[in-house]
Design a protein around this ligand. Structure first.
Ligand SMILES: Nc1nc2c(ncn2[C@@H]2O[C@H](COP(=O)(O)OP(=O)(O)OP(=O)(O)O)[C@@H](O)[C@H]2O)c(=O)[nH]1
Ligand SMILES: [Mg+2]
Length: 293
């Protein structure tokens, strides 16, 4: 039984309904010179970023990252040897053959922790998927209701001045208060940003409620998450500047919130394109900074 990192796979959903995976059985050895045949390999495709553990055990036995990377998770039993293998000088036609051995079997936990450079976080409707669609070829669904995105998406973003410089951006479902405790789509998705060296925190500027309150809600969730996301470098991104009511006051509030947290901020509109290139530039700088560290 082999796990192999498959091209273009982003999720483990294809395994969700296939809980039991069994390789072909081999056969026992037999008379008339027949060795039992071995069972065939079963290859399960998994997305890059799949972490493998034996069920109930914390220890990671595999971390599948690279395209095509493989891991043998269970070995098949040896086929039984046929009677010819038992022949000796005095017994040319032995009647002995061997039984095949059973293969290994156990329960595995597969967990996907995506590998992206930038993780987009924010409340539902903040404009995360719209941004990803704007800057990459990824096409996550966009709609004006919360929890449009139900599974993570990855997109490759090219630098504005150099198409060979790329970064991977991850769009995850919107977070809500209590996410770290499992509210909404919760921790399921927070863990996808655990490995992102940089986070972009999106906040909807067209929403008339307090920017500070909404940013604090998401920060609170990142801090309460079991893995330390609190110290992860991040940039505060105000979205939908084309639809904001009092532009000046709102941008001032955004700047103040960013200053309070001691982080950089940008404002963007996915509709007019305002601020998008500059944001992408900032993200590249932050990732390079994080890699140096
Ligand atoms: N006017 C305007 N609308 C925007 C902009 N960006 C996103 N929207 C709209 O905001 C709504 C939500 O956008 P999404 O990208 O689906 O938001 P999301 O953060 O991915 O939401 P979830 O997947 O539910 O977490 C959609 O109706 C978008 O068209 C923008 O720059 N300007
Ligand atoms: Mg979305």
């Amino acid at each position: 039984m082999i796990l192999r990192v498959g091209e273009g796979l982003n999720t483990l959903l294809h395994l969700h309904h296939q809980r039991l995976v069994r390789a072909d059985r081999g056969a026992h050895g037999r008379g008339s010179n027949r060795t039992g045949r071995g069972g065939g390999d079963v290859v399960l495709r998994v997305p890059p970023g799949t972490v493998v553990r034996v069920a109930g055990d914390e220890k990671i036995i595999g971390d599948l990252v690279d395209e095509g990377q493989e891991m043998v998770v269970a070995r098949g039993g040896r086929g039984g040897r046929g009677n010819a293998r038992f022949s000796t000088a005095t017994n040319r036609a032995p009647r002995t053959a061997e039984d095949g051995q059973p293969g290994e079997q156990f329960e595995l936990d597969l967990e996907l922790k995506m590998l992206a450079d930038v993780g987009l976080v924010g409340l539902p409707n903040a404009g995360k998927s719209t941004l990803l669609a704007r800057v990459s070829a990824a096409r996550p669904k966009v709609a004006d209701y919360p929890f449009t995105t139900l599974e993570p998406y990855l997109g490759v973003v090219q630098a504005v001045d150099d198409e060979l410089r790329t970064l991977v951006m991850a769009d995850i479902p919107g977070l809500i208060e209590g996410a770290h405790d499992g509210a909404g789509l919760g921790t399921q998705f927070l863990r996808h940003v655990e490995r992102c060296p940089v986070l972009a925190h999106l906040v909807d500027l067209a929403d008339p409620t307090s920017v500070e309150g909404r940013v604090d809600t998401i920060r609170g969730e990142l801090i309460a998450h079991e893995e330390p996301l609190e110290t992860r470098p991040w940039v505060l991104v105000g979205t939908k500047t084309d639809a904001v009511g009092d532009r000046e006051a709102t941008l001032a509030e955004l700047a103040e919130v960013a200053e309070g947290y001691g982080v950089a901020w940008r404002s963007i509109s996915a509709v007019t394109g305002e601020g998008i290139d500059r944001l992408v530039g900032v993200l590249f700088e932050m990732i390079e900074g994080a890699k140096e560290r």
